[in-house]
Design a protein around this ligand. Structure first.
Ligand code: BTN
Length: 231
């Protein structure tokens, strides 16, 4: 696997988009991004001290329905990196990695779909290692803050790359899922309601129980706004 290490880039995800025609798997990491991209068109704070990385992977025969596997693998790789530094992260479905209820990383995935298959994926991960997050108002924390000691960015980067190369199992994801059996606040379109998170199905949908009505919904349909956990 080709690894590209850069000091600065607009966005590692954009770098991968520009490399799509090359057809070669690669991981690109930068010390900072000038136009880091977050979910829903938001920008992503990308100052020095974080790991900003994107993995471009091509697939021969991956059904579009397997998109959750890519999300789960990314979240699990972040968890394993945090565990290497003695932390016990939890995953807020589908792929938010939390420590003490705060976000340790942001994950942004773009899949290139053709003929019902995922032809390529760009998995972008921004991992907080020892960067200043004070501008984010307490919703995020870094590996260093959580571990109570300064963790070198390069060490965290190398661990994360190592874990991205590992195989993962759905059970590894499930064992870190944060809120199963608990009451959560769900956002579905314009509606917000509370429900019990029952289980995560192998296709990645979350099964919820809303006052006795059980439904399985994808992360494109619902989002967990809040939950009563503080893992
Ligand atoms: C989120 O909003 O939580 C997702 C943020 C994803 C940020 C990462 S940093 C590396 C990669 N390059 C980007 O421009 N974004 C992703």
């Amino acid at each position: 696997m080709k690894i590209v290490l850069l000091d600065e880039i607009d966005s590692t995800n954009r770098f991968c988009e520009r490399m799509l025609d090359e057809g070669e798997d690669l991981i690109v990491c930068a010390r900072r991004q000038t136009e880091g991209m977050g979910t829903n068109g938001r920008s992503f704070l990308s100052d020095e001290g974080g790991v900003y990385l994107s993995a471009l992977t091509f697939y021969d025969d991956l059904p579009a329905g397997d998109a959750f596997r890519i999300m789960a693998h990314a979240a699990l790789s972040v968890c394993r990196t945090a565990e290497d530094f003695g932390l016990s992260p939890r995953i807020k479905w589908p792929n938010d990695v939390l420590v003490g209820g705060k976000k340790l990383a942001g994950i942004l995935i773009r899949n290139v779909i053709g003929g019902g298959k995922i032809r390529a994926s760009i998995v972008g991960i921004g991992l907080n290692v020892c960067n200043d997050l004070s501008a984010l108002g307490g919703i995020a924390l870094s590996l260093s803050d959580a571990a109570g000691k300064t963790i070198p960015t390069d060490e965290a980067r190398d661990r994360l790359i190592g874990h991205l190369k590992e195989e993962t199992d759905f059970r590894d994801y499930l064992s870190r899922a944060a809120f199963l059996g608990e009451e959560i606040l769900v956002c579905e379109g314009e509606k917000r309601y509370s429900a019990i998170a029952r289980r995560i199905l192998p296709d990645g949908r979350l099964e919820i129980d809303r006052a006795g009505a059980v439904r399985a919904l994808s992360s494109a349909e619902i989002r967990i706004v809040l939950s009563n956990f503080n893992h």
